[in-house]
Design a protein around this ligand. Sequence first.
Ligand code: GLC
Ligand code: CA
Length: 563
Amino acid sequence: MKRKWWHDKVAYQIYPKSFQDTNGDGIGDLRGVISRLDYLKELGIDIIWLSPIYQSPFVDQGYDISDYYRIAEEFGTMEEFDELLEEAKKRDMHIVMDLVVNHCSDRHEWFQKALADPEGEYGRYFYIRPGKDGREPNNMRSYFGGSCWEKIPGTDKYYLHMFAKEQPDLNWENPTVREKIYEMINWWLDKGLAGFRIDAIINIKKDLSFPDYEPDGPDGLATCIKMVEAVQGVGDMLEDLKHRTFEKYDAFTVGEVFNMKDDELLEFVGDDGHFSTMFDFSAHMLGFGKHGWYDARPIEFKEWRDTLFASQKELIGKGFKANIIENHDEPRGASRYLPEHAVNEAGKKMLATTSILLRGLPFLYQGQEVGMTNCRRDDISEYDDINTIDQYQVALDAGYSKEEALGFCYENSRDNARTPMQWTDEVQAGFTTGTPWLSVNPNYRKINVAEQQKREDSVLNYYKKLIGLRKSDEYRETFTYGNFVPVYENVETVFGFLRESEAGDVRVLVAANFGTQPVTLQLPGQMDAALLSNMGNEGVREAEAADGMITLESCESIVLRLA
Ligand code: GLC
Ligand code: CA
Protein backbone atom coordinates (compact mmCIF):
# COMPACT_ATOMS: atom_id res chain seq x y z
CA MET A 1 0.00 0.00 0.00
CA LYS A 2 1.12 3.53 -0.72
CA ARG A 3 1.51 5.42 2.52
CA LYS A 4 -0.65 8.51 2.94
CA TRP A 5 -0.70 11.33 5.46
CA TRP A 6 -4.13 10.43 6.80
CA HIS A 7 -3.54 6.74 7.47
CA ASP A 8 -2.55 7.11 11.12
CA LYS A 9 -4.99 9.88 11.98
CA VAL A 10 -8.02 9.91 14.28
CA ALA A 11 -11.07 11.84 13.09
CA TYR A 12 -14.01 13.46 14.87
CA GLN A 13 -17.32 14.51 13.39
CA ILE A 14 -18.85 17.77 14.53
CA TYR A 15 -22.52 18.43 13.94
CA PRO A 16 -22.15 22.20 14.12
CA LYS A 17 -25.75 23.01 14.90
CA SER A 18 -25.54 21.01 18.12
CA PHE A 19 -21.92 21.39 19.18
CA GLN A 20 -21.45 24.71 20.97
CA ASP A 21 -23.49 27.90 20.81
CA THR A 22 -21.67 31.12 21.68
CA ASN A 23 -24.26 33.84 21.04
CA GLY A 24 -27.31 32.47 22.81
CA ASP A 25 -29.46 31.87 19.75
CA GLY A 26 -29.70 28.17 20.56
CA ILE A 27 -27.73 27.15 17.46
CA GLY A 28 -24.15 25.95 17.58
CA ASP A 29 -21.70 28.08 15.61
CA LEU A 30 -18.16 28.33 14.24
CA ARG A 31 -17.03 30.38 17.24
CA GLY A 32 -18.16 27.46 19.32
CA VAL A 33 -16.07 25.06 17.26
CA ILE A 34 -13.02 27.31 17.57
CA SER A 35 -13.52 27.51 21.33
CA ARG A 36 -13.37 23.72 21.60
CA LEU A 37 -10.32 23.01 19.46
CA ASP A 38 -8.08 22.57 22.48
CA TYR A 39 -10.54 20.11 23.95
CA LEU A 40 -10.40 18.05 20.74
CA LYS A 41 -6.64 18.29 20.51
CA GLU A 42 -6.33 16.97 24.02
CA LEU A 43 -8.62 14.09 23.16
CA GLY A 44 -6.17 13.15 20.43
CA ILE A 45 -8.11 14.27 17.37
CA ASP A 46 -6.27 15.08 14.13
CA ILE A 47 -9.03 15.47 11.57
CA ILE A 48 -12.31 17.31 12.15
CA TRP A 49 -15.22 16.69 9.80
CA LEU A 50 -17.82 19.43 9.92
CA SER A 51 -21.31 18.48 8.82
CA PRO A 52 -22.53 21.10 6.30
CA ILE A 53 -21.98 24.74 7.24
CA TYR A 54 -22.93 26.24 3.88
CA GLN A 55 -25.85 28.59 3.37
CA SER A 56 -29.01 26.53 3.54
CA PRO A 57 -32.72 26.70 4.36
CA PHE A 58 -32.01 23.71 6.67
CA VAL A 59 -34.90 21.59 5.44
CA ASP A 60 -32.50 18.66 5.80
CA GLN A 61 -30.18 20.36 8.31
CA GLY A 62 -27.75 21.86 5.83
CA TYR A 63 -27.70 18.89 3.47
CA ASP A 64 -29.71 21.19 1.22
CA ILE A 65 -27.27 23.86 0.09
CA SER A 66 -28.44 27.12 -1.45
CA ASP A 67 -24.99 28.63 -1.93
CA TYR A 68 -21.81 26.56 -1.94
CA TYR A 69 -19.62 29.63 -1.51
CA ARG A 70 -21.22 31.00 1.64
CA ILE A 71 -21.25 30.07 5.28
CA ALA A 72 -24.74 29.78 6.78
CA GLU A 73 -25.32 32.96 8.74
CA GLU A 74 -26.61 30.86 11.65
CA PHE A 75 -23.08 29.49 11.95
CA GLY A 76 -21.03 32.62 11.38
CA THR A 77 -18.99 34.26 8.65
CA MET A 78 -16.35 33.31 6.11
CA GLU A 79 -13.83 35.24 8.23
CA GLU A 80 -14.65 33.00 11.16
CA PHE A 81 -14.27 29.98 8.96
CA ASP A 82 -10.83 31.19 7.84
CA GLU A 83 -9.95 31.71 11.47
CA LEU A 84 -11.02 28.15 12.22
CA LEU A 85 -8.75 26.87 9.46
CA GLU A 86 -5.88 28.86 10.85
CA GLU A 87 -6.45 27.86 14.47
CA ALA A 88 -6.70 24.21 13.46
CA LYS A 89 -3.48 24.47 11.50
CA LYS A 90 -1.70 25.97 14.51
CA ARG A 91 -2.65 22.85 16.42
CA ASP A 92 -1.64 20.55 13.60
CA MET A 93 -5.24 19.58 12.99
CA HIS A 94 -7.04 19.25 9.66
CA ILE A 95 -10.49 20.50 8.72
CA VAL A 96 -12.68 18.45 6.42
CA MET A 97 -16.04 19.70 5.14
CA ASP A 98 -19.11 17.88 3.95
CA LEU A 99 -19.46 17.78 0.18
CA VAL A 100 -23.11 17.58 -0.79
CA VAL A 101 -23.26 17.51 -4.56
CA ASN A 102 -25.76 14.83 -5.47
CA HIS A 103 -28.33 17.55 -4.95
CA CYS A 104 -28.61 21.17 -3.90
CA SER A 105 -31.42 23.14 -2.28
CA ASP A 106 -34.51 24.21 -4.19
CA ARG A 107 -33.51 27.72 -3.06
CA HIS A 108 -30.24 27.53 -4.98
CA GLU A 109 -30.06 30.08 -7.77
CA TRP A 110 -29.61 27.33 -10.38
CA PHE A 111 -32.83 25.67 -9.41
CA GLN A 112 -34.75 28.90 -9.22
CA LYS A 113 -33.66 29.64 -12.78
CA ALA A 114 -34.56 26.12 -13.84
CA LEU A 115 -38.07 26.55 -12.45
CA ALA A 116 -38.46 29.82 -14.30
CA ASP A 117 -37.40 28.20 -17.58
CA PRO A 118 -37.35 24.40 -17.47
CA GLU A 119 -36.41 24.22 -21.18
CA GLY A 120 -33.50 26.62 -20.76
CA GLU A 121 -29.85 26.30 -19.82
CA TYR A 122 -30.52 25.83 -16.10
CA GLY A 123 -33.22 23.29 -16.75
CA ARG A 124 -30.38 21.05 -17.91
CA TYR A 125 -28.68 21.39 -14.51
CA PHE A 126 -31.36 19.07 -13.15
CA TYR A 127 -33.32 16.03 -14.25
CA ILE A 128 -36.54 17.40 -15.66
CA ARG A 129 -38.85 15.02 -17.48
CA PRO A 130 -42.41 15.14 -18.83
CA GLY A 131 -44.98 13.10 -16.94
CA LYS A 132 -46.07 9.69 -18.21
CA ASP A 133 -49.80 9.23 -18.82
CA GLY A 134 -50.49 12.17 -16.56
CA ARG A 135 -48.36 10.73 -13.77
CA GLU A 136 -44.79 10.91 -12.53
CA PRO A 137 -42.10 9.80 -15.02
CA ASN A 138 -41.52 6.61 -13.02
CA ASN A 139 -42.49 4.98 -9.75
CA MET A 140 -39.39 5.53 -7.61
CA ARG A 141 -39.82 6.37 -3.94
CA SER A 142 -37.43 8.91 -2.46
CA TYR A 143 -35.30 8.16 0.60
CA PHE A 144 -37.49 10.42 2.68
CA GLY A 145 -40.79 9.00 1.40
CA GLY A 146 -43.17 9.82 -1.45
CA SER A 147 -42.36 9.99 -5.14
CA CYS A 148 -38.90 11.01 -6.35
CA TRP A 149 -40.63 13.37 -8.75
CA GLU A 150 -42.20 16.73 -8.04
CA LYS A 151 -44.32 18.59 -10.55
CA ILE A 152 -43.11 21.97 -11.71
CA PRO A 153 -46.07 24.29 -11.20
CA GLY A 154 -47.81 25.39 -14.36
CA THR A 155 -46.18 22.71 -16.55
CA ASP A 156 -46.56 19.01 -17.29
CA LYS A 157 -42.96 18.46 -16.20
CA TYR A 158 -41.41 16.96 -13.11
CA TYR A 159 -37.99 17.26 -11.50
CA LEU A 160 -36.12 14.45 -9.79
CA HIS A 161 -35.26 14.43 -6.09
CA MET A 162 -33.95 11.27 -4.45
CA PHE A 163 -34.13 12.91 -1.03
CA ALA A 164 -36.66 15.62 -0.01
CA LYS A 165 -38.48 17.61 -2.65
CA GLU A 166 -36.46 20.62 -1.47
CA GLN A 167 -33.31 18.74 -2.58
CA PRO A 168 -33.38 18.57 -6.41
CA ASP A 169 -30.76 16.23 -7.87
CA LEU A 170 -28.00 17.87 -9.90
CA ASN A 171 -27.48 16.58 -13.41
CA TRP A 172 -24.02 15.03 -13.39
CA GLU A 173 -24.40 14.10 -17.06
CA ASN A 174 -24.15 17.80 -17.92
CA PRO A 175 -20.45 18.72 -18.34
CA THR A 176 -21.14 22.32 -17.32
CA VAL A 177 -22.55 21.16 -13.99
CA ARG A 178 -19.52 18.97 -13.38
CA GLU A 179 -17.18 21.86 -14.19
CA LYS A 180 -18.99 24.13 -11.74
CA ILE A 181 -18.79 21.50 -9.01
CA TYR A 182 -15.06 20.91 -9.60
CA GLU A 183 -14.41 24.63 -9.55
CA MET A 184 -16.22 24.96 -6.24
CA ILE A 185 -14.34 22.03 -4.69
CA ASN A 186 -10.99 23.45 -5.77
CA TRP A 187 -11.95 26.86 -4.40
CA TRP A 188 -12.33 25.34 -0.94
CA LEU A 189 -9.20 23.24 -1.24
CA ASP A 190 -7.27 26.35 -2.28
CA LYS A 191 -8.31 27.88 1.02
CA GLY A 192 -6.46 25.14 2.85
CA LEU A 193 -9.18 22.65 3.52
CA ALA A 194 -7.76 19.15 4.06
CA GLY A 195 -10.52 17.33 2.24
CA PHE A 196 -14.14 16.25 2.25
CA ARG A 197 -16.63 13.77 3.57
CA ILE A 198 -18.63 13.01 0.47
CA ASP A 199 -22.35 12.83 0.92
CA ALA A 200 -24.70 10.35 -0.74
CA ILE A 201 -22.30 10.13 -3.66
CA ILE A 202 -23.35 6.75 -5.01
CA ASN A 203 -26.59 8.40 -6.16
CA ILE A 204 -25.05 10.67 -8.77
CA LYS A 205 -25.38 8.08 -11.54
CA LYS A 206 -28.93 7.69 -12.83
CA ASP A 207 -30.53 5.35 -15.30
CA LEU A 208 -31.62 8.04 -17.76
CA SER A 209 -34.41 5.89 -19.14
CA PHE A 210 -36.02 6.06 -15.69
CA PRO A 211 -37.82 2.72 -15.92
CA ASP A 212 -40.51 1.59 -13.49
CA TYR A 213 -39.45 -0.89 -10.83
CA GLU A 214 -41.32 -3.67 -9.07
CA PRO A 215 -43.36 -1.92 -6.33
CA ASP A 216 -42.26 -2.77 -2.79
CA GLY A 217 -44.75 -0.99 -0.58
CA PRO A 218 -48.44 -0.22 -0.16
CA ASP A 219 -47.85 3.14 -1.88
CA GLY A 220 -47.19 1.29 -5.15
CA LEU A 221 -43.71 2.80 -5.35
CA ALA A 222 -40.29 1.17 -5.40
CA THR A 223 -37.32 2.44 -3.43
CA CYS A 224 -34.90 4.48 -5.55
CA ILE A 225 -32.16 2.21 -4.20
CA LYS A 226 -33.25 -0.18 -6.95
CA MET A 227 -32.01 2.23 -9.59
CA VAL A 228 -28.74 2.81 -7.74
CA GLU A 229 -28.14 -0.92 -7.57
CA ALA A 230 -28.98 -1.56 -11.21
CA VAL A 231 -27.20 1.29 -12.95
CA GLN A 232 -23.56 1.05 -14.11
CA GLY A 233 -20.93 3.70 -14.52
CA VAL A 234 -20.66 5.71 -11.32
CA GLY A 235 -16.95 4.83 -11.18
CA ASP A 236 -16.09 6.85 -14.29
CA MET A 237 -17.72 9.90 -12.80
CA LEU A 238 -15.90 9.43 -9.51
CA GLU A 239 -12.53 9.02 -11.21
CA ASP A 240 -13.01 12.21 -13.18
CA LEU A 241 -14.03 14.00 -10.00
CA LYS A 242 -10.92 12.78 -8.20
CA HIS A 243 -8.49 13.65 -11.00
CA ARG A 244 -9.87 17.12 -11.45
CA THR A 245 -9.95 18.00 -7.76
CA PHE A 246 -8.82 15.98 -4.70
CA GLU A 247 -5.84 14.28 -6.29
CA LYS A 248 -4.17 17.57 -7.16
CA TYR A 249 -4.21 18.60 -3.52
CA ASP A 250 -3.43 15.25 -1.90
CA ALA A 251 -6.75 15.81 -0.16
CA PHE A 252 -8.35 13.33 2.22
CA THR A 253 -11.75 12.03 1.17
CA VAL A 254 -14.16 9.75 2.95
CA GLY A 255 -17.14 8.52 1.00
CA GLU A 256 -20.62 7.92 2.29
CA VAL A 257 -21.24 4.90 0.12
CA PHE A 258 -24.21 2.57 0.43
CA ASN A 259 -25.27 -0.01 -2.11
CA MET A 260 -21.93 -0.30 -3.85
CA LYS A 261 -21.55 -3.35 -6.08
CA ASP A 262 -19.68 -6.15 -4.33
CA ASP A 263 -16.71 -6.32 -6.67
CA GLU A 264 -16.11 -2.57 -6.65
CA LEU A 265 -14.52 -2.21 -3.23
CA LEU A 266 -10.96 -1.79 -4.44
CA GLU A 267 -12.00 0.65 -7.12
CA PHE A 268 -13.46 2.76 -4.34
CA VAL A 269 -10.77 2.58 -1.68
CA GLY A 270 -7.82 0.53 -2.91
CA ASP A 271 -4.55 2.27 -3.79
CA ASP A 272 -5.62 4.93 -6.30
CA GLY A 273 -9.27 4.33 -5.42
CA HIS A 274 -11.94 6.96 -5.93
CA PHE A 275 -11.66 7.95 -2.26
CA SER A 276 -9.08 7.83 0.52
CA THR A 277 -11.52 5.74 2.52
CA MET A 278 -15.22 5.11 3.00
CA PHE A 279 -17.33 4.41 6.06
CA ASP A 280 -17.87 0.85 7.10
CA PHE A 281 -21.66 0.66 7.32
CA SER A 282 -21.77 -3.13 7.44
CA ALA A 283 -22.90 -3.19 11.09
CA HIS A 284 -25.44 -0.46 10.52
CA MET A 285 -26.93 -2.42 7.61
CA LEU A 286 -27.72 -5.34 9.92
CA GLY A 287 -30.55 -3.40 11.50
CA PHE A 288 -32.01 -2.24 8.20
CA GLY A 289 -35.80 -2.67 8.04
CA LYS A 290 -37.10 -3.51 4.61
CA HIS A 291 -40.22 -1.42 4.94
CA GLY A 292 -39.00 1.18 7.36
CA TRP A 293 -37.96 1.68 10.93
CA TYR A 294 -40.93 -0.31 12.16
CA ASP A 295 -39.40 -3.50 10.88
CA ALA A 296 -35.79 -2.67 11.75
CA ARG A 297 -34.07 -5.59 13.42
CA PRO A 298 -32.35 -5.38 16.80
CA ILE A 299 -28.65 -6.14 16.40
CA GLU A 300 -27.47 -9.36 17.94
CA PHE A 301 -23.94 -9.50 19.34
CA LYS A 302 -22.51 -12.45 17.47
CA GLU A 303 -23.87 -11.42 14.11
CA TRP A 304 -22.56 -7.91 14.66
CA ARG A 305 -19.09 -9.12 15.62
CA ASP A 306 -18.84 -11.57 12.73
CA THR A 307 -20.00 -8.93 10.28
CA LEU A 308 -17.31 -6.52 11.44
CA PHE A 309 -14.68 -9.25 11.27
CA ALA A 310 -15.63 -10.09 7.70
CA SER A 311 -15.54 -6.44 6.79
CA GLN A 312 -12.12 -5.97 8.42
CA LYS A 313 -10.65 -8.86 6.46
CA GLU A 314 -11.76 -7.48 3.10
CA LEU A 315 -9.13 -4.78 2.90
CA ILE A 316 -6.06 -6.13 4.63
CA GLY A 317 -3.01 -4.94 2.75
CA LYS A 318 -5.22 -3.13 0.25
CA GLY A 319 -6.87 -0.15 1.83
CA PHE A 320 -8.76 1.23 4.80
CA LYS A 321 -12.36 1.66 5.80
CA ALA A 322 -13.41 4.32 8.28
CA ASN A 323 -14.82 2.81 11.47
CA ILE A 324 -17.77 4.35 13.27
CA ILE A 325 -20.29 3.35 15.89
CA GLU A 326 -22.53 6.34 15.26
CA ASN A 327 -22.97 9.53 13.25
CA HIS A 328 -25.58 12.24 12.69
CA ASP A 329 -27.82 9.80 10.78
CA GLU A 330 -27.65 6.98 13.27
CA PRO A 331 -28.83 6.29 16.77
CA ARG A 332 -26.14 6.47 19.44
CA GLY A 333 -23.71 3.55 19.34
CA ALA A 334 -23.99 2.87 23.06
CA SER A 335 -27.76 2.52 22.73
CA ARG A 336 -27.57 0.41 19.61
CA TYR A 337 -24.64 -1.97 19.88
CA LEU A 338 -24.39 -2.58 23.60
CA PRO A 339 -26.62 -5.26 25.10
CA GLU A 340 -28.85 -3.85 27.83
CA HIS A 341 -26.69 -5.07 30.71
CA ALA A 342 -23.72 -3.23 29.18
CA VAL A 343 -25.21 0.24 28.74
CA ASN A 344 -22.98 1.65 31.46
CA GLU A 345 -19.50 3.15 31.63
CA ALA A 346 -17.68 -0.17 31.49
CA GLY A 347 -19.69 -1.19 28.45
CA LYS A 348 -19.09 2.11 26.69
CA LYS A 349 -15.34 1.80 27.24
CA MET A 350 -15.44 -1.76 26.00
CA LEU A 351 -17.25 -0.66 22.84
CA ALA A 352 -14.70 2.12 22.40
CA THR A 353 -11.88 -0.43 22.63
CA THR A 354 -13.30 -2.74 19.99
CA SER A 355 -13.95 0.18 17.66
CA ILE A 356 -10.90 2.43 17.98
CA LEU A 357 -8.35 -0.38 17.73
CA LEU A 358 -9.79 -1.97 14.61
CA ARG A 359 -7.87 -1.74 11.38
CA GLY A 360 -8.94 1.43 9.56
CA LEU A 361 -9.49 5.07 10.36
CA PRO A 362 -11.33 5.72 13.62
CA PHE A 363 -14.07 8.35 13.41
CA LEU A 364 -15.69 9.57 16.62
CA TYR A 365 -18.96 11.44 16.60
CA GLN A 366 -19.46 14.32 19.02
CA GLY A 367 -20.58 13.13 22.43
CA GLN A 368 -19.49 9.54 21.81
CA GLU A 369 -16.41 10.23 23.90
CA VAL A 370 -18.58 10.79 26.99
CA GLY A 371 -21.02 8.02 26.15
CA MET A 372 -24.08 10.03 25.12
CA THR A 373 -27.16 7.88 24.50
CA ASN A 374 -30.45 7.94 22.62
CA CYS A 375 -33.09 10.38 23.81
CA ARG A 376 -36.70 9.46 24.48
CA ARG A 377 -39.46 11.81 23.26
CA ASP A 378 -43.13 11.76 24.27
CA ASP A 379 -44.57 13.23 21.11
CA ILE A 380 -43.61 13.38 17.45
CA SER A 381 -43.71 17.20 17.65
CA GLU A 382 -40.56 17.03 19.76
CA TYR A 383 -38.63 15.71 16.76
CA ASP A 384 -37.20 17.95 14.09
CA ASP A 385 -35.74 15.47 11.59
CA ILE A 386 -37.56 15.15 8.27
CA ASN A 387 -36.72 11.45 8.07
CA THR A 388 -38.13 10.77 11.54
CA ILE A 389 -41.38 12.52 10.76
CA ASP A 390 -41.72 10.43 7.61
CA GLN A 391 -40.88 7.16 9.35
CA TYR A 392 -43.33 7.90 12.17
CA GLN A 393 -46.05 8.20 9.54
CA VAL A 394 -44.88 5.08 7.75
CA ALA A 395 -45.29 3.16 11.02
CA LEU A 396 -48.77 4.60 11.64
CA ASP A 397 -49.79 3.72 8.07
CA ALA A 398 -48.60 0.17 8.68
CA GLY A 399 -51.09 -0.05 11.57
CA TYR A 400 -48.92 0.70 14.58
CA SER A 401 -50.13 2.87 17.46
CA LYS A 402 -48.65 6.27 18.29
CA GLU A 403 -46.78 4.78 21.23
CA GLU A 404 -45.34 2.03 19.09
CA ALA A 405 -44.37 4.48 16.35
CA LEU A 406 -42.62 6.68 18.93
CA GLY A 407 -40.82 3.58 20.16
CA PHE A 408 -39.42 3.04 16.65
CA CYS A 409 -38.27 6.65 16.57
CA TYR A 410 -36.57 6.22 19.93
CA GLU A 411 -34.63 3.28 18.52
CA ASN A 412 -33.82 4.74 15.12
CA SER A 413 -34.26 8.49 14.91
CA ARG A 414 -31.47 10.62 13.52
CA ASP A 415 -32.33 13.16 16.23
CA ASN A 416 -30.90 10.76 18.82
CA ALA A 417 -27.45 11.87 17.74
CA ARG A 418 -28.41 15.47 17.04
CA THR A 419 -29.31 16.54 20.58
CA PRO A 420 -26.96 19.23 21.88
CA MET A 421 -23.50 18.27 23.05
CA GLN A 422 -23.43 17.71 26.82
CA TRP A 423 -20.67 19.92 28.16
CA THR A 424 -21.73 20.51 31.76
CA ASP A 425 -24.50 19.80 34.26
CA GLU A 426 -25.59 23.42 34.12
CA VAL A 427 -28.64 24.75 32.32
CA GLN A 428 -28.99 23.40 28.74
CA ALA A 429 -25.91 21.23 29.30
CA GLY A 430 -23.62 24.21 28.77
CA PHE A 431 -24.51 24.13 25.08
CA THR A 432 -26.37 27.44 24.99
CA THR A 433 -27.56 30.23 27.27
CA GLY A 434 -30.71 30.44 25.16
CA THR A 435 -33.24 27.86 24.02
CA PRO A 436 -31.60 25.06 22.03
CA TRP A 437 -33.01 24.38 18.55
CA LEU A 438 -33.51 20.75 19.61
CA SER A 439 -34.00 19.98 23.27
CA VAL A 440 -31.17 18.49 25.26
CA ASN A 441 -31.16 14.90 26.45
CA PRO A 442 -32.20 15.14 30.14
CA ASN A 443 -29.41 12.75 31.09
CA TYR A 444 -26.88 15.60 30.68
CA ARG A 445 -26.89 16.04 34.45
CA LYS A 446 -25.18 12.67 34.72
CA ILE A 447 -23.40 12.44 31.38
CA ASN A 448 -21.31 15.50 30.57
CA VAL A 449 -17.79 16.55 29.68
CA ALA A 450 -17.06 18.66 32.77
CA GLU A 451 -17.84 15.85 35.17
CA GLN A 452 -15.83 13.35 33.17
CA GLN A 453 -12.83 15.62 32.85
CA LYS A 454 -12.59 15.67 36.62
CA ARG A 455 -12.97 11.94 37.09
CA GLU A 456 -9.95 9.80 36.30
CA ASP A 457 -11.94 6.65 35.43
CA SER A 458 -14.49 8.37 33.15
CA VAL A 459 -15.38 7.29 29.61
CA LEU A 460 -13.76 10.48 28.34
CA ASN A 461 -10.46 9.82 30.04
CA TYR A 462 -10.56 6.27 28.78
CA TYR A 463 -11.01 7.49 25.19
CA LYS A 464 -7.95 9.69 25.67
CA LYS A 465 -5.88 6.73 26.80
CA LEU A 466 -7.16 4.56 24.01
CA ILE A 467 -6.41 7.10 21.30
CA GLY A 468 -3.08 7.80 22.97
CA LEU A 469 -2.22 4.12 22.79
CA ARG A 470 -3.23 3.87 19.15
CA LYS A 471 -1.05 6.84 18.25
CA SER A 472 1.87 6.14 20.59
CA ASP A 473 5.35 5.88 19.06
CA GLU A 474 5.51 2.26 20.05
CA TYR A 475 2.18 1.08 18.65
CA ARG A 476 1.18 3.56 15.96
CA GLU A 477 2.65 1.46 13.19
CA THR A 478 0.99 -1.73 14.40
CA PHE A 479 -2.45 -0.21 14.90
CA THR A 480 -2.27 1.59 11.58
CA TYR A 481 -0.74 -0.89 9.17
CA GLY A 482 -0.74 -4.08 11.21
CA ASN A 483 -2.68 -7.16 10.29
CA PHE A 484 -6.09 -7.93 11.79
CA VAL A 485 -6.64 -11.50 12.97
CA PRO A 486 -9.88 -12.54 14.69
CA VAL A 487 -9.53 -14.75 17.77
CA TYR A 488 -12.02 -16.51 20.06
CA GLU A 489 -14.53 -16.71 17.23
CA ASN A 490 -16.03 -19.79 18.83
CA VAL A 491 -16.62 -17.98 22.14
CA GLU A 492 -20.15 -16.62 21.83
CA THR A 493 -19.73 -13.47 23.91
CA VAL A 494 -16.17 -12.35 23.20
CA PHE A 495 -15.01 -9.74 20.69
CA GLY A 496 -11.34 -10.62 20.27
CA PHE A 497 -8.68 -9.85 17.70
CA LEU A 498 -4.96 -9.52 17.23
CA ARG A 499 -3.18 -6.62 15.63
CA GLU A 500 0.23 -7.72 14.36
CA SER A 501 2.88 -5.46 12.91
CA GLU A 502 3.92 -6.14 9.34
CA ALA A 503 7.38 -7.16 10.53
CA GLY A 504 5.76 -9.55 13.01
CA ASP A 505 7.66 -8.18 16.01
CA VAL A 506 4.67 -6.57 17.72
CA ARG A 507 1.54 -8.56 18.56
CA VAL A 508 -1.31 -6.97 20.46
CA LEU A 509 -4.38 -8.83 21.69
CA VAL A 510 -7.67 -6.98 22.14
CA ALA A 511 -10.41 -8.91 23.93
CA ALA A 512 -13.77 -7.83 25.31
CA ASN A 513 -16.47 -9.80 27.08
CA PHE A 514 -19.91 -8.60 25.98
CA GLY A 515 -21.66 -11.38 27.91
CA THR A 516 -23.25 -11.39 31.37
CA GLN A 517 -20.93 -14.07 32.81
CA PRO A 518 -17.14 -14.09 33.28
CA VAL A 519 -15.16 -15.98 30.64
CA THR A 520 -11.75 -17.58 30.87
CA LEU A 521 -9.65 -17.50 27.73
CA GLN A 522 -6.43 -19.09 26.64
CA LEU A 523 -3.97 -16.50 25.35
CA PRO A 524 -2.84 -16.91 21.74
CA GLY A 525 0.79 -16.55 22.79
CA GLN A 526 2.80 -15.55 25.81
CA MET A 527 1.80 -12.39 27.64
CA ASP A 528 4.30 -9.57 27.70
CA ALA A 529 2.42 -6.62 29.24
CA ALA A 530 -1.12 -5.40 29.84
CA LEU A 531 -1.46 -2.11 27.97
CA LEU A 532 -4.99 -1.07 28.81
CA SER A 533 -7.95 -2.31 30.81
CA ASN A 534 -11.38 -0.64 30.84
CA MET A 535 -11.69 -1.50 34.54
CA GLY A 536 -8.29 -0.45 35.73
CA ASN A 537 -7.36 -4.11 35.94
CA GLU A 538 -4.01 -3.92 34.13
CA GLY A 539 -2.02 -5.15 37.12
CA VAL A 540 -4.33 -7.99 38.09
CA ARG A 541 -4.71 -9.30 34.56
CA GLU A 542 -1.02 -9.05 33.88
CA ALA A 543 -0.19 -11.17 36.92
CA GLU A 544 -2.92 -13.64 36.06
CA ALA A 545 -1.97 -13.94 32.38
CA ALA A 546 1.51 -15.13 33.21
CA ASP A 547 0.23 -18.72 33.11
CA GLY A 548 -1.31 -18.25 29.66
CA MET A 549 -4.93 -17.84 30.74
CA ILE A 550 -7.02 -14.76 31.36
CA THR A 551 -10.44 -14.17 32.86
CA LEU A 552 -12.64 -11.31 31.80
CA GLU A 553 -15.61 -10.17 33.86
CA SER A 554 -18.86 -9.19 32.18
CA CYS A 555 -18.20 -5.92 30.24
CA GLU A 556 -14.47 -6.13 30.72
CA SER A 557 -12.00 -5.42 27.94
CA ILE A 558 -8.26 -5.77 27.86
CA VAL A 559 -5.42 -4.85 25.52
CA LEU A 560 -2.36 -7.08 25.97
CA ARG A 561 0.98 -7.10 24.30
CA LEU A 562 2.12 -10.62 23.53
CA ALA A 563 5.73 -11.67 23.59
C1 GLC B 1 -26.54 11.78 3.75
C2 GLC B 1 -26.45 12.61 5.00
C3 GLC B 1 -27.83 12.82 5.53
C4 GLC B 1 -28.64 13.55 4.50
C5 GLC B 1 -28.59 12.85 3.13
C6 GLC B 1 -29.04 13.77 2.04
O1 GLC B 1 -27.04 10.52 3.99
O2 GLC B 1 -25.59 12.02 5.91
O3 GLC B 1 -27.84 13.51 6.75
O4 GLC B 1 -29.97 13.65 4.91
O5 GLC B 1 -27.30 12.44 2.79
O6 GLC B 1 -28.08 14.75 1.79
CA1 CA C 1 -25.19 30.51 17.83
